[in-house]
Write a protein of this length. Structure first.
Length: 229
């Protein structure tokens, strides 16, 4: 087989050259009518330029606050110990007792001794009291001798201190006091005559209503002491 002849055949070169020309025509046609327009459109796309802002780095964190200075505590002052107070013992204050009015009368005569059942001779009747010379006054006996019952008087209520005595003479009739006379008055502190009359009236009531005596027409003497505070 002779390869030199086939390679030098001009028909084969014309066929290849025509094929190349056809392909170039197709490409040119496509570029002119279609592809070229798309390429232009692609090229005509607007280009948007954006400025990229620079991102600032975050600020650094603030430095930590320094710790507060430690408080200076002054050493405690040494105070002297408090004085020892010893409470005083509680002593109840007792008010002085109020003294009741003191009424002092002469002590009554002692009760007569029991009578001996043995028969005794009749006692002689007492002789009547002889009147004082030239005066005609009856016999005067102590109330404690002539009377078996002598209750004290009830002192009237007064607003002041009264102290002293009333010396009285009582006249008996059938063993009862029928009359009272003031012989001596030593009362001190009586504010007025009305109060004095109240003391005298208390003595009269005690003698006339409470005294039990023996005798008729005989007088008795009695002193009444008052101490009212």
């Amino acid at each position: 087989m002779d390869f030199s002849r086939s390679a030098d055949d001009p028909r084969r070169h014309a066929w290849g050259l025509g094929l190349v020309i056809v392909l170039h025509g197709v490409v040119i046609y496509a570029l002119v009518h279609g592809l070229a327009q798309q390429v232009v459109d692609v090229v005509r796309v607007p280009v948007v330029a954006r400025l990229i802002e620079e991102v600032a780095p975050p600020p650094p964190p603030p430095p930590p606050e320094p710790p507060p200075p430690a408080a200076v505590v002054a050493p405690p002052k040494r105070l002297p110990p408090p004085p020892v107070v010893v409470p005083e013992p509680e002593i109840p204050v007792v008010p002085p007792p109020q003294a009741a009015p003191t009424i002092t009368a002469a002590p009554p005569a002692p009760a007569p001794a029991p009578v001996d059942p043995a028969p005794a001779p009749p006692a002689a009747a007492p002789e009547p009291a002889s009147p004082a010379s030239g005066t005609g006054r009856p016999q005067v006996l102590a109330a404690g001798i002539a009377c078996s019952r002598t209750p004290p008087p009830v002192a009237p209520s007064v607003s002041s201190e009264v102290k002293g005595s009333l010396f009285v003479i009582g006249t008996l009739k059938a063993g009862r006091v029928v009359q009272v006379d003031i012989d001596r008055n030593t009362l001190k502190g009586v504010p007025d005559r009305r109060t004095l009359r109240a003391f005298i009236s208390a003595v009269e009531v005690a003698m006339k209503e409470g005294y039990v005596c023996t005798g008729d027409g005989v007088q008795i003497r009695q002193e009444f002491f008052f101490d009212i505070r």
